[in-house]
Design a protein around this ligand. Structure first.
Ligand code: FEO
Length: 169
């Protein structure tokens, strides 16, 4: 595999694990506010990010590439209002999308079609992640302003269940 593509994928493992840590911190914030449904939503989100990291880890190993695990940064976002994690999540997903697109372009530039095909799943996944984040902001704006609406929204988010990624390597 091209050294640059391999290095970018290796770095993306770290970025996905940081994402998991960031979402766990969002879950942590909502749990401390007594919003167990929101906490559940982000705890599952954190699990999904760990899955993303492991898919890339496995893909590199399947292609006989060396994986180097680096330190995971401390979650550094400060949350004050109940809306703060929601907007931070959307911004973060937009950033992750740009990272995935960057690796995709690097793989395309060297005709690495295997990596391009692998990343197709991530491109689609990022579209879903951005939509979910943006939908949640809209729901919070519409219903989160009063106690009853917030209670209902918290209940809805509490029903989310974890499912393994649809991509199997
Ligand atoms: Fe793995 Fe939410 O991007």
């Amino acid at each position: 595999m091209d050294k640059n593509v391999s290095a970018l994928l290796n770095d993306q493992i770290n970025k996905e694990l940081y994402s998991a840590y960031l979402y766990l911190d969002m879950s942590n914030f909502y749990a401390s506010k007594g919003l167990d449904g929101f906490a559940n939503w982000y705890e599952i989100q954190a699990k999904e990010e760990q899955d993303h990291a492991m898919l890339i880890y496995q893909f590199l190993h399947n292609n006989s590439e060396t994986v180097t695990l680096e330190a995971i940064a401390k979650p550094d976002k400060v949350f004050e209002t109940l809306m703060d994690p929601l907007t931070a999540a959307l911004e973060h997903e937009q950033y992750v999308t740009s990272l995935i697109h960057n690796i995709y372009a690097a793989a395309q530039a060297v005709n690495d079609y295997r990596t391009v095909q692998f990343l197709d799943w991530f491109v689609k996944e990022q579209g879903e992640e951005e939509k979910n984040s943006s939908d949640l902001i809209t729901k919070m704006e519409l219903f989160g302003g009063d106690a009853k609406g917030l209670y209902m929204l918290n209940s809805e988010l509490g029903t989310r269940v974890y499912s393994a990624p649809s991509l199997v390597l």
